[in-house]
Design a protein around this ligand. Sequence first.
Ligand SMILES: *[C@@H]1O[C@H](CO)[C@@H](O)[C@H](O)[C@H]1NC(C)=O
Ligand SMILES: *[C@@H]1O[C@H](CO)[C@@H](O)[C@H](O)[C@H]1NC(C)=O
Ligand SMILES: *[C@@H]1O[C@H](CO)[C@@H](O)[C@H](O)[C@H]1NC(C)=O
Ligand SMILES: *[C@@H]1O[C@H](CO)[C@@H](O)[C@H](O)[C@H]1NC(C)=O
Ligand SMILES: *[C@@H]1O[C@H](CO)[C@@H](O)[C@H](O)[C@H]1NC(C)=O
Ligand SMILES: *[C@@H]1O[C@H](CO)[C@@H](O)[C@H](O)[C@H]1NC(C)=O
Ligand SMILES: *[C@@H]1O[C@H](CO)[C@@H](O)[C@H](O)[C@H]1NC(C)=O
Ligand SMILES: *[C@@H]1O[C@H](CO)[C@@H](O)[C@H](O)[C@H]1NC(C)=O
Length: 303
Amino acid sequence: MKWICLWLVVFVYTVVVAENKAVKPGCRAECGELSISYPFGIGRKECYRDKGFEILCNKNGTTFVPYLGINHAQVLNLSDNQVYVRGWSNATITNCSNGAQASDSLVVANLSSSPFTISYTQNKISAFGCNILAYITNSSIDQNYVSGCVSLCRRNSAMNNLDTLNGSACNGIGCCTARIPSGLKAFELQVTKIYTQTEFSRDTDHFNGCSIAVIEDGQFSSKLDKRTSVTSALNNPESRPSIVLDWAIGEHKCKEAEQNAATFGCISKNSTCFDSDNGPGYRCQCLEGYQGNPYLIDGCQGI
Ligand SMILES: *[C@@H]1O[C@H](CO)[C@@H](O)[C@H](O)[C@H]1NC(C)=O
Ligand SMILES: *[C@@H]1O[C@H](CO)[C@@H](O)[C@H](O)[C@H]1NC(C)=O
Ligand SMILES: *[C@@H]1O[C@H](CO)[C@@H](O)[C@H](O)[C@H]1NC(C)=O
Ligand SMILES: *[C@@H]1O[C@H](CO)[C@@H](O)[C@H](O)[C@H]1NC(C)=O
Ligand SMILES: *[C@@H]1O[C@H](CO)[C@@H](O)[C@H](O)[C@H]1NC(C)=O
Ligand SMILES: *[C@@H]1O[C@H](CO)[C@@H](O)[C@H](O)[C@H]1NC(C)=O
Ligand SMILES: *[C@@H]1O[C@H](CO)[C@@H](O)[C@H](O)[C@H]1NC(C)=O
Ligand SMILES: *[C@@H]1O[C@H](CO)[C@@H](O)[C@H](O)[C@H]1NC(C)=O
């Protein structure tokens, strides 16, 4: 019994110390289930590197829910290179584009001058509906690139079988997917009807004429159950698609960032800098044989 108690004390002590090493002294180390690690932080501005890394911790009944300070997207989890968020505002899913009126549906997201870039390996564009074109551009002014996909259906085709979408990711019937370019921080996502002729009429549409496009990590489209979940995703923040963001520090690569000791982020002994592979900025890591938080003084400790 004594030994168990001693072991528990040592264990608890180790856990507490290890947790505190992840954040600045006196700063909160978690929000609800989420463990926080500097440069992210909660509360006083000393607790996070800059506004882009601020986490808001809001009370919801008896639990706490974390949000990104910049856009109030709910944080699902946080790692040393990525953050999973619930699509913020209505900016990652379009409202219905109504076939009868051939109206366009458009959403805009802008993460410029934030630490975040849309992950191009873990997210995709998914579009659902018939006779639609879904596409993103990285700027409304100079549309430097356009990427997207098309879904066409004929009347009385297999498309009328609504089950094709039930509980499975887009299989290419009545839906389409496209990849996301790397380095994407700002985008406009649009879905537009490309045919309204009778042979491509509304009655072949999955969602009663409602077509949508979404940027997501794949979980939304694989759970999509016809119109109900589209409508609930639009109306209920908690059922919006999740999306993966890569994070990095600053606008510069390591070489330039290192020049300014006052702002350089890799401040722990035995840490090193490496360039982000998605957009601007850099991240830090502990050298081999060390672990901990490279963004804090003495953060990296010998194993
Ligand atoms: C807030 O609490 C309510 C009631 O417990 C729950 O249904 C909802 O999912 C919670 N919201 C978040 C964002 O966790
Ligand atoms: C992060 O959250 C996403 C979405 O809920 C989930 O798919 C993923 O497994 C989570 N990752 C970790 C490491 O918990
Ligand atoms: C989100 O929806 C609201 C209300 O429907 C609208 O006022 C707002 O402009 C939309 N935001 C974006 C980014 O589309
Ligand atoms: C759009 O992408 C191009 C090519 O990567 C880039 O040169 C341009 O600056 C981007 N525009 C915006 C507004 O991000
Ligand atoms: C995003 O915001 C920046 C300023 O923060 C602006 O220069 C840029 O044009 C915006 N991009 C889009 C696509 O709205
Ligand atoms: C969709 O799939 C679920 C579970 O696989 C099943 O219970 C349900 O009946 C299916 N719906 C339709 C319309 O086939
Ligand atoms: C979607 O569009 C419909 C019709 O234009 C509008 O009534 C509704 O408020 C919109 N919903 C959202 C979430 O923007
Ligand atoms: C770790 O840092 C210490 C103190 O700066 C230094 O003496 C040691 O050589 C470093 N270890 C490695 C593997 O670079």
